[in-house]
Each structure stands twice: as C-alpha cells, then as structure tokens.
Write a protein that binds this ligand. Structure first.
Ligand code: AMP
Ligand code: MG
Ligand code: MG
Length: 223
C-alpha cells in the first residue's frame, strides 16, 4: 500500500564553482529553496514555496554558478538569509499540512509513517547541503528535515535503470523536462511529475533516509 497521499518535492540550488574540488563542493550555500506540495492522487501541485537566499560565506556568485542555475547576482542579493527562509518555510509547511490534515513521518504518535513525505533527487539536498550549512552556521535545523525519500534510489530499483542524470531519468520513462534544468523550482516541479509517473507505474515509496533512526518522534515538531 502507498502510505503517502502527498509529497513535498524539494530541490536546492547552491553556490558552486567550475571544476571545484570535492571539499569546496561540500561547503556550498543554498541560494534557491523551492518546495512543491504534490497531490499524488490527482498529480496536481497544490502549493508552492519559493525563496531565493542570500549567500553569506561566498556572497559573489561565480559566472559558472549563474550559467548552471540561471540565478543572477541581483536575485540572491535581494534574497533572505537561510535562517529567515527556514522560518518562512516552517510557516508555509504548517499552514499547508494543517489545511489538508497531513502529517510528516515521526510527527504524530498515532501515525509514525505520516501521510506526506519530503522527496528529493539523491541524498544531497538534506543529507549534505542543508545539514552541513546548518552545522557550519550553528543554525538549528528542524527535525522534519531528517527523513526523506530519495526518489533516485526508488527509481533505480523500480525501473532497473541507473540514469546518468535527472533529465535522463525523466526521458527514460517517457517524460520531457519542463522548464530550465538546474532552476530549483523547475527541478522540484519535474521531480513531482516524475513521482506521479512512478506512482502510476506502481512504484511503492517509503522513507529511504532517516538521520535519526532511533528516535520515536521528532522533538519540537510543532506543526
Ligand atoms: P541540481 O539540483 O542538479 O540543479 O544541483 C544542485 C546544486 O548542485 C547546484 O546548484 C550546484 O551547486 C551543484 N551542481 C550541480 N551540478 C553541478 C555541476 N555540474 N558542477 C558544479 N556544481 C554542480
Ligand atoms: Mg537537485
Ligand atoms: Mg536543481
């Protein structure tokens, strides 16, 4: 049985440089934070969160980063600090979940699995990018960011195919990427579309990553 009736697709864009060494790659700062709430029954996006973020450690975007993501310097200059974006996201999340009676994993004692989950493409967004930036900046990260579904992991086992990138994953199942690749909001919408296609094809989704596997409920998860 499919436990999730809704998913929240998230795809961060972050500061980057051409031919950067892996340690630098791991110290990226988030510059675009998009999230789309997708109804898996209808395939429709019902709500959208989208915020550009001001990088503090490396305020100047490389031309490589701007070309890759399409994000201009002036766009991040008028963005908000990550901490503010996280607070805005929290409010958005609270409102959208309440409106639909949705719960995230480990949010409610009576339904530990929840009926709505975060989905990302790979573990990078929550497992590396957000986790490391919050640690570096000594920022509290809400516990709901600790559980997610890596759609790529499910995709690989369901279709028995290892896509070379996200666009390849879409085209292999007959979908065309809509919008601009590496624009966070477009990536998130396309990830939502891929999820819906996978559900139609019969794939079952469950949490693939839990950074706090021994914790019964998320502390302070007041949503
Ligand atoms: P994506 O979701 O695939 O658009 O990538 C998320 C982030 O990973 C980007 O905003 C970059 O910071 C980094 N990234 C992705 N692809 C590359 C690449 N080819 N070279 C350098 N950084 C990249
Ligand atoms: Mg991504
Ligand atoms: Mg992206």
């Amino acid at each position: 049985m499919q436990p999730y009736t809704y998913v929240i697709a998230v795809d961060f864009e972050a500061t980057c440089w051409e031919k950067q060494a892996p340690p630098q790659w791991r110290e990226a700062e988030i510059i675009e934070f998009p999230a789309v709430l997708v109804n898996l029954k209808t395939g429709k996006i019902e709500a959208e969160f989208h915020q550009y973020i001001l990088p503090i450690e490396s305020p100047r975007l490389s031309s490589y980063c701007t070309e890759l993501t399409g994000i201009q310097q002036k766009t991040v200059d008028s963005g908000v600090p990550l901490q503010t974006a996280l607070m805005m996201f929290h409010e958005w999340l609270r409102k959208e979940l309440r409106a639909r009676n949705l719960t995230l994993p480990k949010m409610s004692k009576s339904n530990i699995l929840g009926n709505c989950a975060f989905v990302t493409w790979t573990d990078w967004d929550f497992g590396i990018c957000l986790a490391k930036e919050c640690t570096r900046k000594r920022m509290r990260k809400a516990a709901y960011f600790n559980q997610w579904i890596d759609v790529r992991a499910i995709y690989r086992s369901w279709y028995k195919y290892r896509p070379c990138n996200f666009s390849d994953a879409l085209s292999h199942v007959g979908l065309a990427f809509e919008g601009r690749a590496h624009s966070g909001i477009d990536d998130a919408k396309n990830l939502g579309a891929l999820m819906c296609k996978m559900v139609r094809d019969g794939a079952l989704f469950s949490i693939t990553k839990d950074l706090t596997p021994y914790q019964q409920l998320n502390p302070n998860c007041v949503l």
